[in-house]
Design a protein around this ligand. Structure first.
Ligand code: NAD
Length: 327
């Protein structure tokens, strides 16, 4: 591509990704599959890497999530809620491992299932649940406390009187999703495209009774800010501690001593994922020790100590297929 073709393509990709992002993050109603979104994003990222002058300040590559919907109160996150950089194959993971090793030497990793739901933040004051919010644009989220209180696996009171902000993924179990779409079909309503959109749509209802009727659940996957402030040295230990406090954490997590062990874990879950009663869209790999996480630091958009491996697309959403083919 010559320069003017490149400029044109970058503008095109910016516009497309902006449109897709708005439909996905703000309206909970995607117009293309994640595969199409990810391919466009990878194309934009690779052009931007070669031509940094074509990175616009409002490029979707520079932003986390969506904007905050009107109708909800705004919550400024005490610690930003970031995105994760992506890996699509074993080589991307080995490359991530090389970058980590160059920066901090040998590390151990923790692998977690990447639950396909909605990122939320929960604030506790002296052990009592006081506020819950969406990720929003990463800095400011929507106050959805009333809706989150309807999720039975969110403790309203912790087992210790901690003041803590935790992060997790709210999701809709597969069975609840199937039942909900059957009921919507019967009522002549549009079905949800997938459990993720159903969960996000349910939590961004202004009427908490609606959220209460949707059988949502949550897995907590971390602490906002400095995890070591609560006495643990490793993320894996802090997940155990979150369990002691009364949170539901995902039990399929595994510590891995090498990136090859990480790749084995991913292969195992690529085969087993359909047996789970909730949807996952990948595996999140994190450097386990907080000290090493701190040394690695962050980019503007994501931590340098974690990466999300994305599964190849499994299901085809017929509603989206026609659009995908025409893009
Ligand atoms: P991401 O999917 O790249 O990863 C970050 C998120 O992972 C976190 O915010 C958190 O919610 C979640 N997560 C789940 N389990 C976790 C765990 N154990 N530890 C840490 N985080 C965990 O998030 P993003 O920045 O929202 O994503 C972009 C992705 O969303 C794209 O790659 C694409 O697949 C999808 N997307 C699709 C469309 C579309 O139109 N289809 C549009 C925008 C985005």
């Amino acid at each position: 591509m010559n320069r003017s073709e490149l400029e044109k393509r970058v503008e095109e990709l910016n516009n497309l990704l902006h449109t897709y992002g708005r439909a996905y993050y703000m309206l909970d109603n995607p117009v293309v599959t994640d595969k199409v979104y990810d391919e466009h994003m990878q194309e934009l990222l690779s052009i931007e890497a070669e031509n940094p002058d074509l990175i616009y300040p409002d490029s979707p590559s520079q932003r986390v999530g969506g904007e905050v919907l009107a109708g909800f109160g705004k919550v400024v996150h005490a610690y930003p809620m970031l995105s994760l950089s992506n890996a699509f194959n074993a080589e991307d993971l080995r490359e991530f491992d090389r970058r980590v090793q160059t920066a901090v030497g040998d590390v151990s990793y923790i692998c977690e299932l990447k639950i396909d739901g909605l990122a939320i933040s929960l604030r506790y004051l002296d052990g009592k649940f006081v506020q819950g919010s969406t990720r929003g644009d990463g800095t400011i989220g929507e106050d959805i406390t009333a809706n989150l209180k309807t999720i039975r696996t969110i403790p309203l009171r912790l087992n210790e009187s901690s003041t803590i902000e935790v992060r997790g993924e709210a999701y809709m179990p597969k069975k609840s999703f199937v039942d909900l779409n059957a009921a919507r079909d019967e009522a002549g309503e549009e079905p949800f495209a997938n459990p993720r959109n159903a969960a996000a749509g349910s939590l961004r209802q202004l009427n908490p009774k609606m959220a209460a009727s949707r059988n949502l659940a949550i897995f907590v996957y971390g602490i906002g800010g400095d995890g070591s402030a609560y006495g643990q040295d490793r993320h894996s230990d802090s997940l155990d501690h979150l369990g002691v406090l009364g949170f539901e954490t995902n039990k399929e997590r595994q510590r891995c001593a090498t990136i090859e062990e990480v790749i084995d874990y991913i292969e195992k879950w690529t085969k087993k994922r359909s047996n789970l009663n909730y949807e996952i869209d990948g595996i999140v790999v994190k450097v386990d020790r907080f000290e090493e996480q701190e040394q690695l630091g962050f980019t503007a958009k994501s931590p340098k100590w974690a990466i999300a491996y994305k599964f190849p697309a499994e299901e085809v959403m017929t509603k989206l297929l026609a659009i995908e083919l025409s893009v």
